[in-house]
Design a protein. Structure first.
Length: 301
């Protein structure tokens, strides 16, 4: 255990978790996350960003492109940021993804998908599918990733790709993914106190903002219920103190039950989506390095 892990956990417990428990509007959540990302998250030197749009629904879907200082050949990383489908943006997650790009030498694309409550389900997953179709023919293939709600979206997108018979990505990865919008995993209750970031009492509220009356059991909202027969390899990680622990455990079991190759990593006492803290936390850098090796190995399958 690094010295920074208990320090970061205590800081998150005393600051971030209470803030997420009391923030009253999506606008406040969005402003806060954007400000904290600018203050605390730093990309590797030499990272290059540029913005563009993907044509979708007669309008442009904004995307952020990331190139490492020393880009190489291989798949493009299509990454969906977390934030409960309500807040977050490519800019809140670009430093972490840039670190992964530096580890792999790969470029990344981060869509700024539509958020709730202004845009209810299934707007976000429709944007995700449009973004995938725009990069699906990349010569080196595509690796899809995401964290928290974005990790759930990455897995839901894999379900849609499989259902539609579209070209499979090379692989899919997710940090602390939200895979079940019914929130019936035991860890929602058993880890309510140990989770240092997410307040369990607000999960139904966040789901309500996103679903707005649509069925939580729809596999596009809860990929735990999707059919993944014939899908590409999947890499998952989660902390054992998170309320979403069972979302990963049950997702991994469901994927294996359908014949999908799964790499499942349950880490001890790490906060929700800890790779975001790669500037501070040695365990975050180890996770990104290990994931980078897995992504690199996909080209040899």
């Amino acid at each position: 255990m690094s010295v920074m892990r208990p320090v970061l956990n205590l800081w998150l417990r005393l600051t971030e978790k209470p803030y997420l428990a009391r923030a009253t509007t999506p606008e406040r959540l969005r402003r806060s996350f954007e400000m904290k990302a600018r203050l605390f998250f730093r990309a590797p030197r030499g990272t290059v960003y540029h913005a563009s749009r993907i044509i979708h629904e007669d309008q442009g879907l904004p995307v952020l492109h990331i190139s490492p200082a020393r880009p190489g050949d291989g798949p493009v990383i299509l990454y969906f940021h977390g934030g409960g489908y309500v807040f977050g943006s490519p800019h809140t997650h670009k430093a972490m993804v840039a670190r992964l790009c530096a580890e792999t030498g790969l470029r990344a694309v981060l869509p700024d998908y539509r958020k709730a409550p202004e845009h209810a389900f299934p707007a976000a997953i429709e944007d995700a599918l449009a973004a995938y179709m725009a990069v699906a023919e990349h010569p080196g293939g595509v690796v899809i990733g995401g964290d928290s709600a974005g990790g759930g979206m990455a897995l839901a997108l894999l379900g849609e790709i499989t259902r539609l018979g579209a070209r499979q990505p090379a692989g899919v990865f997710a940090f602390s993914p939200l895979t079940d919008q019914t929130y019936c995993g035991d860890s929602i209750i058993t880890n309510a106190k140990t989770d240092v970031v997410l307040p369990a009492r607000r999960v139904d509220e966040m789901a309500g903002m996103y679903l707005q009356g649509q069925g939580a059991g729809d596999p596009r909202a809860s990929p735990l219920r999707a059919d993944f027969t014939g899908a590409c390899p999947v890499w998952l990680t989660v902390g054992d103190t998170e309320i979403l622990l069972d979302d990963t455990r049950r997702m991994a079991a469901a994927l294996r039950g359908q014949g999908v190759e799964v790499s499942e990593h349950v880490e001890h006492d790490l906060p929700h989506v800890w790779p975001l803290f790669h500037n501070l936390l040695p365990e975050a850098r180890v996770t990104l390095r290990d994931l980078g090796r897995w992504i690199t190995s996909l080209s040899r399958l």
